[in-house]
Design a protein around this ligand. Structure first.
Ligand code: CO
Ligand code: CO
Length: 306
C-alpha cells in the first residue's frame, strides 16, 4: 500500500510492505555545482540520499543516474562516480549499477531505495502547536555557489560550503530518531521558505521563524548584500510570497530564507520538551544545528519571518 505519494509534495515515495516495514524510493540528479568532479559526485549523492533520511529512513540500495558529453575526458565521469560511490558507502548502502546517457552537459545523481518502520516514518506534515523547529545545516549554499561562480568566494568559504553540502543528513537523522519528531523535510531547491511552507500547509499550522537564529554560512551575509542572489531565490520568493508575513522586509536575511539549497539540512518539528537534549546531542556533530522557530496555530499567513 502506498503510504506517501505525490499529494503532499513529500521528499520521497513510501510503500508499505508489512506492519513493520516500508520501502522509501527517491531519485535526484543535477548539473555540476563544484569545479572538482569528485566533489560534485559527493554532493549530488549526499543530496539524493537526503530524501531517505528526511523520511526517517535508512538507505540500502542506490543506482547511478548520469549524463556525460562525448567531448570530455571519460576519467572525469569516473571521478564523479567515485565521489558518489564513496558517499553511498559512507551511508551504509550498496551501489548496484546505474545508467549513463550521452548529453551536452554532465548530470549526476542517484536513485535510492531505503527502509523504515512505518511507525517511525517522518512526513513533511504532522507538526503540532508548540513544536520547536530545528535546522541541521547552515543556509546560504545557493548564494555561495553564485559567489564561487563569480570568482568572489575565498578558498576557506568555498571549502566550508562544500563540506556542508557533502555532509550526509544521516548523522542528524541518527541523533533525531531517538526523539519525538512530529514532522521532517530536507531543505533543498525551494529554500527554507518553500519547504517550511509545505510543512505548514500539510500540518494546517503556521511556522514562525526567528531570522536572528538562522545559521548562515560564512561569507553569505556579505555576498547577499552585494546582490549575489541566484535566480532560483527570486522564483522561490515569487512562489511563496503571498503566504509569507515578513517582518524583516528588505533585509538580506530574506534572500537567505528564499535561497535554493543544494543538499541542505533537515528541518524538524520537535516536541518542545525534547529540544534541549536533542540540541545538546546535535552539538556533537561536525555541522552546526540551531533552533530557528516554532509551530503555532494556523494564522492568516502560513509562514511568519520575524
Ligand atoms: Co527533499
Ligand atoms: Co529531492
Amino acid at each position: 500500500m502506498l503510504l506517501v505519494g505525490t499529494e503532499t509534495s513529500d521528499d520521497a515515495a513510501v510503500y508499505r510492505i508489512s506492519e513493520e516495514l516500508a520501502m522509501i524510493q527517491t531519485v535526484d540528479f543535477f548539473t555540476p555545482i563544484a569545479d572538482d568532479p569528485y566533489t560534485f559526485g559527493q554532493i549530488a549523492a549526499a543530496n539524493a540520499l537526503s530524501d531517505v533520511y528526511a523520511m526517517g529512513g535508512e538507505p540500502k540500495l542506490a543506482l547511478n543516474i548520469a549524463a556525460f558529453p562525448n567531448c570530455l575526458d571519460p576519467s572525469i565521469l569516473g571521478e564523479i562516480l567515485a565521489g558518489g560511490a564513496d558517499k553511498v558507502l559512507e551511508a551504509g548502502a550498496v551501489l548496484a549499477g546505474g545508467h549513463t546517457i550521452q548529453d551536452e552537459e554532465p548530470k549526476y545523481g542517484l536513485c535510492v531505495t531505503g527502509f523504515v518502520n512505518p511507525k517511525n516514518l517522518w512526513k513533511n506534515y504532522g507538526a503540532e502547536d508548540g513544536d520547536l523547529l530545528i535546522l541541521t545545516k547552515p543556509l546560504g549554499s545557493g548564494i555561495m555557489n553564485t559567489a564561487v561562480k563569480g570568482g568572489l568566494a575565498c578558498t576557506e568559504e568555498t571549502a566550508y560550503a562544500v563540506r556542508v553540502m557533502s555532509t550526509l543528513n544521516k548523522y542528524a537523522r541518527d541523533v533525531a530518531k531517538e526523539f519525538r519528531i512530529h514532522s521532517c523535510t530536507d531543505v533543498t531547491g525551494f529554500g527554507l521558505a518553500g519547504h517550511a511552507l509545505e510543512m505548514a500547509e500539510g500540518s494546517g499550522k503556521t511556522l514562525v521563524i526567528d531570522t536572528e537564529k538562522l545559521p548562515v554560512m560564512k561569507g553569505v551575509s556579505e555576498y547577499a548584500q552585494m546582490g549575489l542572489i541566484p535566480a532560483g531565490a527570486y522564483r522561490n520568493r515569487e512562489y511563496a510570497g503571498a503566504r509569507v508575513d515578513s517582518r524583516v522586509d528588505g533585509s538580506w536575511i530574506e534572500d537567505v530564507v528564499y535561497d535554493p539549497q543544494t543538499s541542505g539540512g533537515l528541518l524538524l518539528a520537535v516536541h518542545p520538551e525534547d529540544v534541549p537534549e536533542l540540541l545538546n546531542q546535535l552539538s556533537g556533530l561536525e555541522i552546526p544545528s540551531a533552533c530557528i522557530g516554532k509551530v503555532v496555530e494556523k494564522q492568516e499567513k502560513l509562514l511568519v519571518l520575524e
